[in-house]
Design a protein around this ligand. Structure first.
Ligand code: RB5
Length: 149
């Protein structure tokens, strides 16, 4: 199950991502916003990020104007590794090296076709593990306020 969320700016691009997930045969749950009435991105970033952190969803795709605000909000939830991506290379490497579990996209930054490519690559790319796992573990220790060096 993929969690989806956006603020009012991201509604249209979120619908594009829903269409992509339908094409890919992936289930999703929309955590809002549901209308274009002005609202606040932290609400929706937090809802979807918490759904990932508590295991309700495997990963999340978040959309706001830049992808920045909603990713910052998501990253405040323990266990979340949210990345903003405007290119396919970062999306791929964020999975292979960083095991990113939340992808944020800026609806005012990338067009719908590029957003679909970014999301597809991010969804299809596995974490490489190996030497990268140690670094993920260090990030988890940081969350707990523990030393990492
Ligand atoms: C809303 O105007 C805008 O600030 C928001 O969508 C997002 O870009 C914040 O990072």
């Amino acid at each position: 199950m993929i969690a989806l969320a956006s603020d009012h700016v991201g509604i249209d691009l979120k619908k594009e991502i829903m269409a992509l997930l339908d094409e890919m045969g992936l289930e999703y749950k929309d955590y809002g916003a549901y209308t274009k009435e002005r609202t606040d991105y932290p609400i929706y970033g937090a809802r979807a990020a918490r759904a990932v952190a508590n295991g309700e969803c495997e990963r999340a795709i978040l959309i706001c104007g830049t992808g920045v605000g909603i990713s910052i909000a998501a990253n405040k939830v323990d266990g979340i590794r949210a990345v903003v991506c405007s290119d396919c290379y970062s999306a791929k490497l964020s999975r292979e090296h960083n095991d990113s579990n939340v992808l944020a996209i800026g609806a005012r930054v990338v067009g719908p076709d590029l957003a679909r490519m970014i999301a597809r690559i991010w969804l299809e790319t596995p974490f490489e593990g190996g030497r990268h796992q140690k670094r993920i573990d260090m990030i988890a220790r940081l969350e707990k306020g523990l030393d990492i060096e």
